[in-house]
Design a protein around this ligand. Structure first.
Ligand code: NAP
Length: 322
């Protein structure tokens, strides 16, 4: 039986792994089969992670975090968690390959998933001109006319990045004010290839096998218009990935995992949560990393509070720990 299993491999998961490994807890990191490294694997330049005055590419940052965790003894598995049993003193984590891992503590750091607009055409044309990842798919839109939906930092970042490929990038936003930080707004406003389409919601996406255009609803006067496009990038935020713990861990009204104050303690002893999955507000790489630190320290304190026998007990006798 292990002492710590960390689920998730973004800045929260890997920072928790670095701390737990340095505390000699030999953490197992379940990093995901397709999304190892988390959201930063899909970004380009990260300019606001302290210590990199020239910026660093998102994938380089995540590779460095993984290496740092492994250097201190973390074990990283590229698989997905398909089932979690968190109730008893021994937590059971079932992987996609059928293996069942057991540990006295679990740190849940699964981050968040791209939000969808919620219209049927979105899924139908996903991969056929509809995308959630400019760095993954931007290359396919050379000399095309495309649009980005959203008014936050993600939308500004995606739109700015996409001007490397596309001739024209519209930013479609449902209000007439952006939510994005000033520096990201200014960069987008200064880009000749970007044009803002204010007060519009995407109601339809047209095209049989490839995006041909969108139907827009004016949020002020209710009029509908059609815009011809070759591609649509959706950048309207993220939702915490909590499906694995529904019915086990308490959630907040915002859908994040509920934790006790500034700690990472969930409603189940021995289960800790960190990063975007507990944070509806700040959601930065550096805040996620800090949150991972908190979780590792909380897990360490929890383990230290258990009777000595618990740490070496086989799974079936560990029931006595409770
Ligand atoms: P966000 O800040 O929550 O912004 C989401 C945007 O999408 C908002 O403008 C929102 O409109 C719009 N939106 C939400 N649901 C919509 C819907 N159903 N239809 C149409 N529009 C919708 O999300 P984000 O831009 O992904 O950023 C998330 C966090 O990551 C933020 O803290 C951000 O600072 C951070 N981030 C930082 C960087 C960076 O610093 N380089 C890059 C990316 C993200 P309203 O404004 O009307 O609500």
């Amino acid at each position: 039986m292990r002492q710590v299993i960390i689920i998730g491999s973004g800045p929260a998961g890997y920072t928790a792994a670095i701390y737990a490994a340095r505390a000699n807890l030999k953490p197992l990191v379940i990093a995901s089969s397709v999304e190892a490294g988390g959201e930063l694997m899909k970004t380009t330049e990260v300019e606001n992670f302290p210590g990199f005055p020239e910026g660093i590419q998102g994938p380089d940052l995540m590779t460095a975090m993984q290496e740092q965790a492994e250097k201190f003894g973390a074990e990283v598995v590229l698989d997905d968690v398909v089932e979690l049993d968190l109730k008893g003193p021994v937590k059971r984590v079932t992987l996609g390959n059928g293996d069942v891992e057991e540990a006295l503590t679990v740190i849940f750091a699964t981050g968040s998933a791209y939000r969808r607009i919620g219209i049927p055409d979105e899924d139908r044309l996903s991969g056929m001109g509809v995308s959630w990842c400019a760095t993954c798919d931007g290359f396919f839109f050379r000399q095309k006319t495309i649009a980005v939906v959203g008014g936050g930092d993600s939308a500004m970042e995606e739109a700015t990045f996409l001007t490397r490929f596309a001739d024209k990038v519209y930013v479609i936003h449902r209000r007439d004010k952006l939510r994005a930080s000033k520096i990201m707004q200014d960069r987008a406003f200064a880009n000749d290839k970007i044009e803002f389409v204010w007060n519009k919601e995407v109601r339809h996406i047209y095209g049989d096998t490839q995006v041909k255009g969108v139907g827009l609803l004016d949020t002020v006067d209710g009029t509908e218009t059609i815009m011809d496009l070759d591609g649509l990038f959706i950048a309207i935020g993220n939702d915490p990935r909590t499906h694995l713990v529904h019915g086990q861990l308490d959630l907040t009204a915002e859908g994040t995992i509920a934790v006790d104050g500034r700690s990472s303690r969930t409603n189940i002893p021995g289960v800790f949560a960190a990063g975007d999955v507990i944070d509806p507000h700040y959601r930065q790489a550096v805040t996620a990393a800090a949150s991972g630190t908190v979780a590792a320290l909380d897990a360490e304190h929890y383990l230290a509070s258990l009777p000595e026998t618990a740490l070496s007990a086989p799974a079936d006798t560990a029931a006595a720990i409770a």
